[in-house]
Design a binder for this molecule. Structure first.
Ligand SMILES: Cc1cc2nc3c(=O)[nH]c(=O)nc-3n(C[C@H](O)[C@H](O)[C@H](O)COP(=O)(O)O)c2cc1C
Length: 330
C-alpha cells in the first residue's frame, strides 16, 4: 500500500502534515511528531508586523488592545512574548532541518507588499523546504475597498513567490466574496498550492466587566464541513496542491478531506488534545480504510467526491440550501 502523496512538488510519505502551530518551536517535539508519522511540519507564523519593524511591532502591541485582533489573540503574543523572533526563527529552521528528515515548511503571515517579504528568501537560505504564506486579514475599516485588499494580497503573493525558488502555499480565508476565483488568482500568481482555511479566533464578551475576552478554542470536527465543500469545489479547477486545515479530528475526517481533493491534511487541535502519538493511530486508520475499500494508494481516491466527480454535485450548491431549509418540519 502506498500512502505517499505529492504536496507542493514535495514527495511526502503520507498526507498527514502538522499544521502551523507552536509544536515546532521545540526540535524535540518536532522529532516526536516525525517519529509518530508526520510527513511534514509547518512552523508557527512569523508576522509581517514582527519582521517589518520590530520597533513598529513594539508600538503596535503596546498601543493596540490584543482583543481587537480576532484571530490572533491567543497565538499572537505581545511583543516581549514572541516565542521566536525573526532571527531565532531562522535558527529554528536550521535546527529542525538538522534534526528531521521530513520537509520543514516555514510560515509567513502578511498581506501587504513590504520589506518583510524578503524574509521568505532568508527562510529559504536557512533550509526551509517550502513557504506557507498566511493571508490572514480582518477588514474592519469600512472605507477600504475589498478589491484593493485582494489586489494587495495578490501582489504580496507575487513578491514572496518572486523572491524564492521554493514552492509557496497560500493559506486562505473563507471570507472572500468569490473564494474560488481568488484561489485561482493565487494560483495564477504562481502559488504551488492553497491551504483551506484560516481559522478566525473570535473574542467573547465578558458581560460583567464589559470587556472583550481573548480566547483560543481548539477546533471542533464540525468545522471540517466548510473545508470539505471548498476543497470539493476547487479540486477540479486547481492544477496545484490543496491542503486542508481545520476540524480534522478522526480517521474519517482525513479520508473525507482526501476524497474532497486534498493532497495534504493538516492537524493541530487534535494533536494538542491527544499528543503526537495520535498521528500513528490516524495513519493506521487510514491504511485500514484503504484496505477495506480496495485502494492501493491515496491518488486513487483523491478527489473522488470533488465537484467534478461527485454523483450529486447539487449537494454543494445553492439548490441544496433551499431544499434543506424547506424540508424541515415542526
Ligand atoms: C495554538 C495554535 C497556534 C497556531 N498558530 C498558527 C500560526 O502561527 N500560523 C498559522 O497560519 N496558523 C496557526 N494556527 C492555526 C492552525 O495552523 C490551524 O489552521 C487551525 O488550528 C485549524 O486546524 P485544526 O482544526 O487542526 O486545529 C494555530 C492554531 C493553534 C491552535
Amino acid at each position: 500500500m502506498k500512502l505517499a502523496t505529492n504536496y507542493l512538488g514535495l514527495t511526502l510519505s503520507n498526507p498527514l502534515v502538522v499544521g502551523a502551530s507552536p509544536f515546532c518551536d521545540s526540535t524535540h517535539m518536532a522529532r516526536q511528531l516525525q517519529d509518530a508519522g508526520a510527513a511534514a511540519i509547518v512552523m508557527r507564523s512569523l508576522f509581517e508586523e514582527q519582521i517589518d519593524a520590530e520597533q513598529r511591532a513594539l508600538r503596535y502591541h503596546v498601543e493596540t488592545p490584543a482583543e481587537s485582533y480576532a484571530e490572533a489573540t491567543s497565538y499572537f503574543p505581545n511583543y516581549p512574548e514572541y516565542q521566536l523572533a525573526p532571527d531565532q526563527y531562522l535558527r529554528q529552521i536550521e535546527h529542525l532541518k538538522g534534526a528531521l528528515n521530513i520537509p520543514v515548511i516555514a510560515s509567513l503571515n502578511g498581506i501587504r507588499p513590504g520589506g518583510w517579504t524578503d524574509h521568505a528568501r532568508r527562510c529559504e537560505a536557512a533550509g526551509a523546504d517550502a513557504i506557507e504564506l498566511n493571508l490572514y486579514h480582518l477588514a474592519t475599516d469600512p472605507t477600504v475597498d475589498g478589491d484593493q485588499i485582494e489586489a494587495d494580497m495578490l501582489e504580496t503573493v507575487r513578491i514572496v513567490i518572486g523572491s524564492v525558488r521554493l514552492p509557496v502555499a497560500v493559506k486562505l480565508s473563507p471570507f472572500h466574496t468569490a473564494p474560488a476565483q481568488f484561489a485561482l488568482a493565487v494560483e495564477r500568481a504562481g502559488a504551488a498550492g492553497v491551504v483551506l482555511f484560516n481559522r478566525f479566533y473570535q473574542p467573547d464578551f465578558d458581560i460583567e466587566e464589559l470587556e472583550a475576552q481573548s480566547q483560543l478554542k481548539l477546533s471542533e470536527p464540525g468545522e471540517l464541513l466548510l473545508r470539505l465543500r471548498w476543497l470539493a469545489i476547487l479540486s477540479p479547477h486547481l492544477r496545484g496542491s490543496l491542503g486542508a486545515t481545520g476540524g480534522v479530528h478522526a480517521v474519517g475526517d482525513v479520508v473525507k478531506a482526501i476524497l474532497a481533493g486534498a493532497h495534504a491534511v493538516q492537524l493541530v487541535s487534535v494533536l494538542l488534545k491527544h499528543g503526537p502519538r495520535f498521528l500513528a493511530s490516524l495513519l493506521a486508520g487510514l491504511q485500514q480504510w484503504m484496505t477495506e475499500h480496495g485502494y492501493e494508494n491515496v491518488d486513487e481516491f483523491r478527489g473522488a467526491m470533488n465537484l467534478g466527480r461527485c454523483p450529486d454535485p447539487a449537494a454543494f450548491e445553492r439548490a441544496n440550501y433551499q431544499r434543506i431549509l424547506q424540508s424541515w418540519r415542526v
